[in-house]
Ligand binder design. Structure first.
Ligand SMILES: Cc1cc2nc3c(=O)[nH]c(=O)nc-3n(C[C@H](O)[C@H](O)[C@H](O)COP(=O)(O)OP(=O)(O)OC[C@H]3O[C@@H](n4cnc5c(N)ncnc54)[C@H](O)[C@@H]3O)c2cc1C
Length: 475
């Protein structure tokens, strides 16, 4: 068990009394708050610099393209060709941005957070892919018009006679397949591993498209434009190789991570204790997660994201996992001594986001993991309410430990085992537990429906929408 501070937990009242809503007396630690504000300002500057860099490099790429295609020809075929080059430049740049967003660059991970980076990746992807597809349509239309042949025969001739066009077509097919399988409805019908494997092929697809840019890219690939695009590709693929493969491997081996114990917490949740050398050097913040790969038969080929439920302490850290599918269920039987590889730490749902003078943490199910690590740090500086909901008492993981963290006037723990009608977490119910929320930051981690419900209730109680933070368990 991770040690806490012994005191009395606040068990929930079944009637909606307002007895728990008295203001706390604990002081807000000013220097801590100033430190967080400075850190947030630094992260904001990083995010702004990253955006400015993207704009600047994109502007240079576009400028070089215009220089190459200017003056525009006067025929329709010329105009179609110019449009196809522009679509290729903007679309390819968009595709490289998609890769950078998921390259796990530490500065972006810290400043923006993986959840938001993934959201940006999902938003940009359809535009980038559409532009690359438009490039193909426009270039075929242009050449077909010049050669006075049908589009199909032009497409066939391009693929069979021009070097590297056929691989580029295959590359586009891989990109389109990745896009289609990421569509919400399609993705929910397939295994995560299938979706992930299809996504791996997009790297190959993009590399194949690069070859046709060098050989047939015309204005894309001459003079300064050539140097710029080669540099962009090298930087993008180099970052992915470095941050997603080499750094995690080196870090995992250096810290010698191994399963130290598996502890059953509830009928469907276990905690896995992972031991290692000098774990503090991992630099993990409360609320963060790693992608974990357990080198055990049946698990070694998949990495899964799990938040830490115990920060590195005395050579040990802990994750708490709910059995949802094959991999999370198999963790209950992972043998002690199994080597563990981690990628991370990731996630920006950390104390840095706190701007209010008190904090309300709401968890359900496995959502208790990141909430648990937030309690220690936040409780040391601000008044904290922890609300943890489950259907049955035996489903409240880490309940004993949470009770031990309660401290009068500082940390209140509301453990709620019962039905949604008993503990609905509506605005009225939330008010009975924590009062008005205009001065509070609210962190919520649970199923999507609970996240949305608590967000609505918190807004009704006056919480600033920018101070409602949730950790999504599906990226
Ligand atoms: C940032 C983050 C933190 C998380 N923290 C925890 C935690 O502390 N405790 C916990 O119990 N669960 C956590 N999860 C959820 C956990 O990752 C999934 O439950 C687990 O990956 C399921 O894998 P499976 O093979 O057992 O189930 P499956 O049946 O394969 O999948 C069940 C669900 O998990 C999703 N999923 C599966 N693999 C991955 C993956 N590699 N990346 C993202 N989503 C995946 C699937 O899309 C599906 O929605 C977290 C998820 C994220 C994104």
């Amino acid at each position: 068990m991770y040690p806490g501070n012994p005191a009395t937990a606040v068990e929930p009242s079944r009637t909606r009394s307002r007895s728990n809503t008295e203001p706390y007396t604990a002081p807000h630690t000013a220097s801590w708050a100033e430190g967080l504000a400075a850190l947030r300002a630094r992260q904001q500057r990083t995010a702004n610099t990253a955006l400015a860099a993207v704009g600047l490099v994109g502007g240079v790429a576009l400028g070089l393209t215009f220089q190459a295609i200017w003056p525009l020809g006067s025929t329709l075929a010329d105009l179609l060709w110019a449009a196809s080059v522009l679509a290729a430049v903007v679309g390819t740049y968009g595709v490289l941005i998609l890769l950078v967003l998921i390259a796990r660059l530490p500065v972006l991970e810290r400043a923006i957070g993986q959840d938001r980076l993934v959201v940006a990746h999902k938003r940009i992807a359809p535009w980038a892919l559409s532009l690359v597809a438009a490039h193909v349509v426009l270039v075929v239309a242009s050449y077909a018009r010049t050669a006075v042949v049908s589009w199909w025969s032009e497409l066939w001739s391009l693929n069979t006679t021009t070097p590297w066009i056929l691989p580029a077509t295959a590359g586009l097919a891989a990109l389109v397949l990745a896009g289609l399988t990421s569509w919400r409805h399609a993705r929910s019908r397939m295994r995560h591993e299938t979706w992930w494997t299809i996504h791996l092929y997009t790297y190959l697809g993009i590399a194949l498209a690069f070859a046709h840019q060098i050989t047939a890219g015309g204005p894309f690939m001459t003079g300064w434009a050539r140097a710029l695009w080669v540099a962009l590709y090298v930087a993008t693929f180099g970052s992915i190789l470095w941050f997603r493969v080499l750094v995690p491997l080196r870090r995992s081996w250096r810290h010698d991570l191994r399963v130290a114990a598996v502890v059953r917490e509830t009928p469907d949740m276990v905690s896995v204790l992972v031991s290692g050398r000098n774990l503090r050097a991992l630099g993990v913040q409360p609320g963060q997660f790693f992608n974990w790969r357990f080198l055990h038969p049946g698990l070694r080929y998949e990495a899964h994201p799990y938040s830490l439920s115990g920060l590195p302490r005395q050579g040990m850290m802990r994750l708490t996992v709910k059995a949802l599918g094959d991999a999370s269920t198999a963790l209950a039987d992972v043998p002690v001594g199994t080597r563990v590889l981690v990628e991370g730490p990731y996630g920006a749902t950390t104390p840095v986001r706190v701007r209010g003078s008190r904090v309300v943490l709401v968890a359900a199910g496995a959502g208790i993991a990141p909430i648990r690590t937030l309690v220690d740090t936040l409780g040391a500086h601000l008044p904290v309410d922890v609300i943890y909901r489950a259907s049955n008492p035996q489903d409240l993981a880490l309940a004993q430990e949470l009770r031990g963290l309660a401290r009068p006037n500082r940390v209140r723990v509301h453990l709620m085992a019962g039905s949604r009608t008993t503990y609905p977490l509506t605005a009225d119910h939330l008010y009975s537990l924590v009062g008005p929320l205009s001065d509070a930051d609210v962190f919520v981690c649970g199923p999507e429906s609970l996240n949305q419900l608590v967000e609505r209730s918190a807004r009704e109680l006056g919480a600033d929408p920018d101070r409602i933070h949730h950790e999504e368990f599906n990226l």
